[in-house]
Design a protein around this ligand. Sequence first.
Ligand code: ADP
Ligand code: 5GP
Length: 215
Amino acid sequence: MEASRRGLLIILSSPSGAGKSTLARRLRAWDESIVFSVSATTRAPRPGEVDGTDYRFTSETEFKRLVAEGEMLEHAHVFGNFYGSPRGPVAEAIEAGHDVLFDIDWQGAQQIRNSSLGMHTLSIFLLPPSIAELKRRLEGRGQDGPEVIAKRMQKSWDEISHWDGYDFVLVNQDLDETEARLKSIVTATRLRRSQQPGLTDHVRHLQSEFEEGQP
Ligand code: ADP
Ligand code: 5GP
């Protein structure tokens, strides 16, 4: 049976440290039916990251096999490592009417937008209030060494320069305010006509009721 609502592919991108993971966590706590797309990556786990929950940590050989076999919806090389979104869980969730949340870079966002699922995407870009604050957040997170932080800062402009390809842009200054705005965007986009396949039937019923004689 067709789900009454078609799932959205919610894409969050930003330069590293602007707040994607934090906001993704809050969005999922708000609505537990949102499925997080667990990316595969060749990067090493950070302290506290759980394989299969935060990322699927893979070798480069395994990653390349997944790509070659067409199992990645999108993939990219970011900060010297490979990252990609496995296709299977996404298709399943969307068909069942669940939204899928992606924490991916601009290259991945572009590939998904250009895929057959493009019309069901909602893309949101997060900007930091300033570059100085971005650096403070990366340092404050306390998970990367100075070299990794320097590399991410260097690449931040490359990511920011793609801000204008997204449906919505939020400056993540106050976390609670950004969270509220993000939820509003998701709530509104779920009501897009293309996300409500059940509407046709509903309108058909309204029509027959109408034709049977107005009250
Ligand atoms: P990303 O996933 O984009 O790399 P994170 O979500 O890990 O970024 O956020 C980086 C750091 O900044 C974390 O320590 C997080 O708690 C903090 N942070 C996120 N949003 C805000 C905000 N609006 N104000 C202050 N700190 C924030
Ligand atoms: P991190 O190493 O900080 O977890 O992620 C580094 C960057 O890779 C972030 O910009 C993140 O959004 C991006 N990223 C994570 N997973 C994927 C993915 O599956 N595909 C793409 N294209 N980018 C990803």
